[in-house]
Design a protein around this ligand. Structure first.
Ligand code: SF4
Ligand code: SF4
Length: 250
């Protein structure tokens, strides 16, 4: 996660990233899947969100007819912060942006625009109240009142981490990412399935059985995950995760 420390000044001051920027427009695109292949986190069921969200942002920029640039999770931009500032949602104890009545299953993107807006939105206050369900649901004890310890987070360990998995870690059915702190959140109960077909799993991925996952070959991996965010873990990383996964009986 050391990349978070890169370009820290640009993260803190967007005018260093895009000189002349006057307004940041934050957008959120729903990925809550109506059908879900086991083994994969909700966000990784379909095509890589970077391309899908980027295309939508370019369409929006064109419709607004203003000069600007689009960003999706690849530049030093504090996405959750700007989405919060834009009034899209509030930061939950699980550190995710929670959209009121919609939950946290949203990809974020930004337009950096060279024009002033007529008016600006107001940030929302955190509305977790006395709820601690995400903290209680985390099997690694990674969430506390001060945030998430990424080194203990299964999402980090199964996606970004290039080393071995901790010996004490058992993966229960999900070998790419972890949704437990999202699933535990009462706000997810109101989630509406995405209408974006690109975020849904292919028939082939849906039909994979535990034994087929266990015997996954490089050729299958390349075919199944062409254009998918799952490639982030690389073939070796995915195989490492699958080996550590205690699949439910077929
Ligand atoms: S993604 Fe999983 S491991 Fe990470 S903080 Fe949430 S519940 Fe814990
Ligand atoms: S589970 Fe509860 S504490 Fe955690 S983010 Fe959701 S509302 Fe907040």
């Amino acid at each position: 996660m050391s990349y978070m420390e890169n370009h820290i000044q640009m993260r803190l001051d967007p005018r260093l990233l895009v000189p002349g920027v006057k307004t940041i427009i934050s957008v959120a695109l729903n990925y809550y899947p109506s059908k879900q292949a086991s083994g994969l986190s909700m966000y990784a069921q379909g095509q890589d969100y970077h391309e899908v969200v980027r295309e939508r942002l370019h369409q929006l920029l064109e419709a607004l007819n203003v000069e600007g640039r689009c960003f999706v999770d690849t530049a030093p931009v504090l996405e959750r912060y700007w989405a919060w500032r834009a009034g899209l949602g509030w930061m939950g104890r699980n550190t995710l942006l929670i959209l009121p009545h919609h939950g946290s299953t949203y990809f974020l993107g930004e337009l950096f625009v060279m024009a002033e807006a007529d008016s600006y939105d107001t940030p929302l206050a955190r509305s977790c109240g006395d709820c601690h369900r995400c903290i209680e649901a985390c099997p690694m004890g990674a969430i506390s009142e001060t945030g998430i310890d990424a080194r203990r987070c299964i999402s980090y360990l199964t996606i970004e981490n290039r080393g071995p998995l901790p010996q004490e870690l058992t993966l229960e059915d999900c070998f790419y990412g972890c949704d437990r702190c999202q699933q535990a959140c009462p706000h997810l109960q109101h989630a509406i399935p995405t209408s974006e077909e690109a975020f849904l799993p292919s028939k082939e991925i849906l039909e994979m059985s535990p034994s087929e996952w266990k015997n996954l070959t490089l050729e299958q991996y390349q075919h199944l995950f062409k254009g998918s965010a799952v490639k982030r873990a690389k073939f070796d990383g995915l195989k490492r995760n699958i080996e550590a996964c205690k699949f439910h009986p077929e």
